[in-house]
Each structure stands twice: as C-alpha cells, then as structure tokens.
Write a protein that binds this ligand. Structure first.
Ligand code: FES
Length: 161
C-alpha cells in the first residue's frame, strides 16, 4: 500500500515537472520568435509636413525637439536651419540632445554627434539623417515623409530664411 502511494506521488511529480518544462519551453520559444519577427514599419505618409513655427521663434544656436515628427530643429549660429532625424545611424536608437555638452549622445552604443549631426564618436557610420526644411512667409516647415541620408555635413544642407 505504502509503496503504491510513493509510486503514485513520483508519477504525479514526474508529470508535473514535465508539464512545467513544456510550458517553460513554449514560453521561451514564443519570446525568441517575437524577438526575431520583423516589426512592421510605420507607413510613410505623403506630404507629412510639420509646421514648426515662426523662424524668429528659434534662437541661433538652439536645438528644439519635435517628438511627434521624430526630429530636432537646429538653428545654427549663423541663422540657418537643419532638421535632424533623431534616429541613430548605427542601429536606430533614439538619440537625445545633451544641452549641457552641446551634442547628441546615443545611449545605446555611445555614438556622439555634433550640432550639425556629424559624427564625433563612432560606431555610427554616418551623420544623422536630415529632413527637408523650407521657410514660407517666415514659417519653418519640415517634411518628415522621408529622411535624407548624407555622408557629411555640407553647407548646401542648411535652409536659410
Ligand atoms: S544605436 Fe546609436 S550608437 Fe548604436
């Protein structure tokens, strides 16, 4: 009688451990699949124009974040404008502006970019991408429909009022 109980308990524990192992394996598999599955990209909307505001509202040497548009509007010391995509050109992390240091510093792998988006420290392979800026009747507008790749800063990239 006692031997049967021990045998039943062992069988029960064996089945319980096996069930837990299968559940853990299934959960781990789901996590791996979810991690490896490509994420759908946000649809590009044609004519995605962000009205940033009057050009005079941005002080020379300033950086203004536009989180919804995923860009920083930079007004250079000479008055020109650049719209920098906030996505790191290394692996795509969001790059915050460090006001105290006067640079963009990626928190993921420590790439650093200057005010114009040029790489100061790798591993980022190229400058921050740009969005097209235009100024109409003194109002700054940024087209966020497609980031523009570049290999380095060039004065031709700057939009002036
Ligand atoms: S994603 Fe920015 S340095 Fe790697």
């Amino acid at each position: 009688m006692a031997v049967e109980r021990v045998t039943e308990r062992r069988s029960f524990l064996k089945v319980a451990w096996l069930s837990l192992g299968v559940a853990a394996l299934a959960e781990a598999s789901w996590i791996v699949v979810a991690f490896l599955k490509p994420r759908p990209k946000a649809p590009k909307s044609a004519g995605s124009l962000v009205v940033a505001g009057p050009a005079d509202g941005f002080a020379p040497g300033s950086v203004t974040a536009f989180p919804a548009g995923k860009f920083y509007l930079v007004r250079l010391a000479d008055g020109g404008f650049l719209a920098l995509h906030r996505q790191c050109t290394h692996l795509g992390c969001s790059v915050p502006w460090d006001e105290a240091a006067g640079r963009f510093a990626c928190p993921c792998h420590a790439s650093v970019f200057d005010l114009r988006g040029d790489v100061l420290a790798p591993p980022a392979p190229r400058p921050l991408d740009l969005f097209a800026v235009r100024i109409e009747n003194g109002i700054v507008k940024v087209d966020v429909s497609a980031p523009i790749r570049r290999s380095a800063f060039d004065a031709a990239q700057v939009t002036r009022a």
